[in-house]
Design a protein around this ligand. Structure first.
Ligand SMILES: [Zn+2]
Ligand SMILES: [Zn+2]
Length: 159
């Protein structure tokens, strides 16, 4: 039986399904990926021969170069794709279960930010350790799409 991975953007307007084994899972340190993800590096699942279906909506695309398009949700801004002549990659963090797709290689290391390797050694706190500084935390109502497919989104909210 083929493995199935689902995912989508933060607001839920766009959902996808990947069927089969990806070619590789990577982090890319290149400057274009840093900018496109607003992050120190981009985690990417190169789908290879696995099948990808957009099960709700479709990304809007920006041609970040003459060869590459980058797809994102135009409603919430989640980065979703890296589309190059040699194939399609999906942003690894947008999968419902990113822990099932651990990275095995790094790309673009000439742009790797010098402090990235030191991050695991930084002081570490859990979200609810910060209640004194952020007393609203227990009252947060998430509008993020849940980590599974849904029949309808957004759900009806009480008026
Ligand atoms: Zn969205
Ligand atoms: Zn890159």
């Amino acid at each position: 039986m083929s493995e199935i991975h689902s995912g989508g953007c933060q607001c839920g307007a766009i959902r996808f399904r990947m069927e089969g084994q990806p070619k590789d899972v990577s982090v890319c340190h290149c400057r274009m990926c840093q900018k496109a993800f607003g992050a120190y590096y981009a985690p990417l699942v190169n789908v290879g021969t696995a099948g990808v279906t957009w099960t709700r909506g479709e990304p809007k695309r920006f041609a970040s170069s003459n060869f590459v398009q980058r797809g994102f949700c135009e409603t919430c801004g989640t980065p979703l794709t890296y589309e190059a002549p040699d194939g399609l990659s999906l942003s690894a963090g947008s999968f419902d279960e990113p822990a099932r797709l651990p990275p095995t290689i790094q790309f673009g290391i000439e742009c790797r930010l010098p402090f990235v390797d030191g991050i695991p050694a930084l002081p570490a706190r859990a979200t609810l350790d910060d209640l004194d500084d952020a007393p609203f935390l227990p009252d947060i109502v998430s509008r993020q799409h849940p980590d599974h497919d849904t029949a309808e989104w957004p759900p009806e909210r009480p008026a």
